[in-house]
Write a protein that binds this ligand. Structure first.
Ligand SMILES: [Zn+2]
Length: 178
């Protein structure tokens, strides 16, 4: 796997000045180092992942999002699932791995998969700023609550996005009786 720090540094646990700087400037965190080290181990078990390029990981509210520059979505489904499980066991967090994209549409689609992104609407607020509303088909299959999704989009793309679901996880009380 390709990493944003030297593999030698990861193996020895001692960072060179160039990699150290990435941590100091907040481009990467100690969590990233831990995750990257774990991927080095996993590479022996899953040779498929050697073609991936690691970007960064972001934690929010008990969830961990791991981003790759490319290649994750083309891994066999069972490898994707195994990686998610391995990282989940290791970190104790609910894990989502995905390819990163600077394109909002593509990014949101990967973020909510296997649910489907149905529409992106730009909403004008009274103060003339805009907010993006993403409409997704099924909340249950997204795997993370909307406030966590919004926080991740904000951190990665610096865009404020709210989520609306066609099918909600929790129905309004009493809607279908009991
Ligand atoms: Zn280095």
């Amino acid at each position: 796997m390709e990493f944003p720090v030297c593999v030698f540094d990861l193996k020895t646990g001692v960072l060179c000045s160039k990699c150290e700087q990435k941590i100091r400037e907040g481009e990467l965190t100690p969590t990233d180092l831990e995750i990257m080290r774990f991927f080095l181990e996993l590479e022996k078990k899953f040779p498929h992942i050697s073609s991936l390029k690691y970007v960064r990981s972001l934690a929010a509210d008990g969830y961990l999002f791991v981003f790759f520059e490319r290649g994750f979505s083309s891994l066999p489904a069972d490898v994707q699932t195994s990686l998610r499980n391995e990282l989940g066991l290791r970190t104790g967090l609910r894990v989502k791995l995905m390819d990163i994209s600077r394109d909002l549409n593509t990014f949101l689609q990967s973020l909510v998969a296997p649910a489907r992104l149905l529409a992106i609407n730009k909403v004008w607020l009274p103060d003339q700023t805009t907010e993006v509303k993403a409409v997704v088909d099924d909340e249950r299959s997204v795997g993370a609550p909307p406030n966590v999704l919004s926080a991740i989009v904000q951190k990665v793309l610096n865009i404020s996005v709210s989520f609306e679901f066609q099918r909600r996880t929790r129905l309004p009380p009493g809607r279908f009786g009991r």
